[in-house]
Design a protein around this ligand. Structure first.
Ligand code: FAD
Length: 482
């Protein structure tokens, strides 16, 4: 009997328990390992997976095919429209190839879990492994045996448990002598993705991801606490595209932290503490998705969220999407997303707050737009970030805290260098005008410059003080908590 390793959002060969187990199984039986990857364009479109992320995945699947060929395993890429088509296909495949076991990683999202349940119920030998988080969803619980609803106690318990285990990633799997170079793989996406978007500005590969990690830990992690909020600086790791598709594992990141900072899990003063915390946020949101499946299905965490009277003005939404709100910090952020597929975390919070609070547009609209454009699109982190910003989420920002885009602009991009990169229309404006765009009734401090540029750049679509007051009134329907 042969074994199968089914690759999903874990496009690497190192620290890959499912691959390692498939190899061990096959060696035991003197049999073969078959590797599978399913391209499911209709399902991806339903999940709003961004074309740029699909391109990034395609490039990694090609590299994966090569890495697997190097260890004597052939990767078969199968095109099927939806998840539901996988089970019947696998049934036939298992029968034809005498498959004794299929190893794959557990995924936290609802549809993915339903797909796996259906496959197991169909009698297929699917064996799921927890390799997506350092600590598996469901394993970090409060004393009542429930998932935490607040981050800080979760992170304390997470660190306690992590400190009590031996954290060691698996080396790259070895199986047999190498196979010939595999043929290039092209995803057939058909009508579901008529407009491909290149991800070439992002280097790809698990080696690249590992190098980014090591460079960041050697050079930048100690300054992360100070630099991470300034979008003009390269103050964060930019590992999210790689973590999202599993070109690197959380365990590899955490092992590397502990290599350079052995007491990072226990010492509150460790220079790596803040960055480690971000990886714990990643785990927190993934654990939440498993504990509360409704989060995968577009529902508010706080049930009172359904009472919010969103304004949902389509023109305002379109202005936000295009980076034409008249608030340079918001527009620069949205243009960074549109042009690169990535947005700095501080700015994700600024634009999410602006959409949900200043414009009172349903967070689900923003979540969907992000997903459709992010190279690091990830349901757990995206949903968590959006519901946090809107005030509907678990451990969310309180509804009455409304980011002031002008204060955020002057604090986090003081010389406007980030803004000028993406909103060249305002490059010649005074810093005051850039940070504090003037609503219609108010004159600009350098009117002549404004006259020259106003045709190219809009006035703010909403006035801050009015919008803040309106948001607090409308969102007060969240007051009683979940
Ligand atoms: P670093 O600061 O270097 O952090 C290291 C890693 O920790 C990240 O790569 C990421 O995997 C994880 N991480 C960091 N911050 C968070 C966080 N707040 N929540 C969960 N994980 C985190 N992140 C995504 O990976 N995909 C998304 O779709 C996504 N959507 C978001 C939407 C909103 C509205 C907000 C506010 C945040 C969102 N984030 C998302 C979280 C965060 O903005 C990104 O992970 C981060 O900006 C990625 O940059 P980095 O790799 O340089 O992060």
């Amino acid at each position: 009997v042969n074994s199968v390793v089914w690759f999903r959002q874990d496009l690497r060969t190192s620290d890959h328990p499912a691959l390692a187990m498939a190899c061990t199984f096959a060696k035991q039986y003197g049999s073969q390992v078959k590797a599978l990857y399913f391209v499911t364009p209709q399902q991806w479109a339903e999940h709003d997976v961004a074309p740029i992320q699909i391109d990034f995945i395609e490039r990694h699947v090609n590299l994966l095919a090569q890495s697997l060929a190097n260890i004597g395993i052939e990767l078969t890429v199968v095109h099927l429209p939806r998840f539901a088509d996988i089970s019947p296909w696998l049934s036939q495949f298992c029968a034809q190839h005498q498959i004794g076991v299929i190893y794959a990683a557990n995924e936290p999202e609802f549809n993915e879990r339903q797909r796996d349940v259906a496959i197991i119920e169909a009698g297929l030998p699917l064996h799921l492994l927890d390799q997506d988080c350092l600590l598996a969803p469901g394993s970090v619980q409060n004393q009542a045996g429930q998932m935490y609803k607040v981050f800080t106690p979760f992170s304390k318990e997470w660190k306690k448990q992590a400190a009590s285990i031996h954290i060691k990633p698996l080396k790259a799997a070895i199986f047999e002598a190498s196979l010939p170079k595999p043929k290039p793989i092209h995803f057939e996406l058909g009508e579901f993705y008529p407009h491909p978007v290149s991800s070439q500005i992002w280097d790809c590969g698990e080696d690249v991801a590992r190098n980014i990690l090591i460079r960041f830990l050697k050079q930048d992690v100690a300054d992360y606490q100070l630099q991470r909020d300034f979008p003009a600086l390269e103050g964060t790791s930019r590992l999210s595209p790689y973590l999202a598709i599993g070109a690197i594992s959380a365990r590899q990141c955490i092992t590397a932290i502990l290599y350079y900072y052995p007491d990072a899990l226990t010492n509150e003063a460790s220079p790596a503490k803040t960055w480690l915390n971000e990886l714990i946020w990643r785990e927190f949101y993934r654990h939440l998705l498993v504990a509360f499946p409704r989060l995968s299905r577009g529902q508010n965490f706080n049930v009172l969220g359904k009472n919010i009277q969103w304004r949902n003005n389509v023109d305002e939404f379109n202005a936000w999407c295009k980076g034409q709100t008249g608030y340079p910090i918001v527009d620069a952020a949205m243009r960074q997303l549109n042009q690169t597929g990535w947005m700095h975390n501080r700015l994700r919070m600024v634009v999410a707050s602006f959409l949900t609070k200043h414009l009172l547009i349903d967070w689900r609209w923003g979540e969907k737009y992000f997903r459709q454009h992010l190279i690091d699109g990830d349901l757990a982190a995206n949903n968590g970030g959006w519901q946090w910003s809107a005030g509907t989420g678990c451990d969310a920002q309180p509804y009455f805290r409304v980011f002031n885009p002008m204060a955020q602009s002057s604090k986090f991009d003081p010389d406007a260098s980030f803004i000028k990169q993406y909103v060249p229309e305002v490059a010649n404006w005074s810093l005051k005008n850039i940070h504090e765009p003037q609503f219609e009734s108010q004159p600009y401090s350098s009117p002549s410059l404004f006259e020259q540029t106003q045709a190219a750049y809009p006035r703010p679509i909403v006035e801050h003080a009015m919008a803040r007051k309106r948001a607090i009134e409308v969102l007060s329907s969240l007051k009683k908590g979940a």
